[in-house]
Design a protein around this ligand. Sequence first.
Ligand code: SF4
Length: 479
Amino acid sequence: MEKTFHITTFGCQMNEHDSEIMAGMLEARGLRRAPDRKSAQIEIINTCSVRDNADKRFFGTLGQLKRRKTQDPDFTVCVCGCMMQQQRVVDRIQEKYPWVDLVFGTNNLHRLPDLLDQVLTGHDKEIEIWQERSGIAEGLPAERMFRHKALVNITFGCNNFCTYCIVPYTRGREESRHPEEILKEIRQLAEDGVREVTLLGQNVNSYRGRFLDPATGEGVPGGGLDPGVCTFAQLIRLTAKIPGIERIRFMTSHPKDLSPALIQTFVDVPELCRNIHLPVQAGSDRILKRMNRHYDSGKYLRLVRDLRAAVPDITMSTDIIVGFPGETEEDLQATLDLVEKVGYDSAFTFLYSIRQGTPAAEYPDQVPDEVKHERFDRLVELVNRISAEKDAACEGKIYRILVDGPSKRDRKAMAGRTDGFKLVNFSVREEDLPEESPLRGRSPQEIADLLTGRFADVIITKGKTFSLEGRFLGLSEEA
Ligand code: SF4
């Protein structure tokens, strides 16, 4: 009987996509995905090193697996991801969790099937961490979470060295995929029914992919200075030309590299969703400098102004860190002021946590925990108030939603996202359906099957802080 596996993923969308690729590689080798960890014979934990919290949850999960491993020595435990790129973590696993069967890193993810084979056939422990990426592994299969939308890596690694961040040390230097490889992958996704792609990288704005054949670059709208290089704005334009791709998103976007050409792309390319995640991290220029972010609040606010001038209804989200070393009450006030000025639709707020190996970990003026928490609460209150106001302003409006499936809150309702990435939970009521609607008389499951992956028109009945509620009006005209 073929073995079954389960993957637990911590962290960002890049990690989620890495997990999709691991699942795809294992299924291609004949393994089957188990519905949950309990029933799996192989557990893979894909770790994240960005926040202290994810770090703790990883070791907590490992602790829980110990009992199962003791009862069932054939149960196989594999750990991978960003944390494994840090020697101190690998040392700790070897010392405290010697029963872990396989340890590998982000740079040799594509080696999983072979490494697992060695573990399963030889019953030997394997540890393989590559400090450097040896090129980009192309053509790996992926078992994707959704059939109608997909994550697509365009860059790997990061060159920015923000002083609080471990990513450049764990994911390595930035490398861009060739545009042809990316477009080939998206073309295949579109043929498989994908309608929305999210282009992924630590900083997609600095994407510079070299064309495999410089001749292919000719005639690309927006033309780059170097005809052999494809910029991020050009890549979006090329993606939009692929038949079947109706929505394009990207994540994540460093303000220092947000170009006028990209802002113009929002205007010219209807497939590019009117939404941007633009991490600001802090509103104080002093703290931004210490974070090594290469912009100040003035530059950031000018970008916001330019984006809104080009696309008045663009939705915006951000990341903010509270309690960075040396942060004063005045610095926090600058952050609160900036949040108020921008008026984000949503924001991911974080308490600064020390990441060993980063410059900020060595700063002597760490902010005491209780001060951090008190500031954090004030920031969250402000962010939530603004989000709730923005969501309330959606009430009574009709949005085109790409339906993801049944709502997580209420299995009888459906859920999807607006072009502006707002989550909408909506009901499908018999009395709202026209006589000839194919949804009439259907069970919730049949409705889910019919609507998932389609565009629907939904009227918003209630704006909440993190989501919208609405009622289904009908299928949206297909593009
Ligand atoms: S841009 Fe800064 S925060 Fe983002 S991954 Fe790179 S170093 Fe980390």
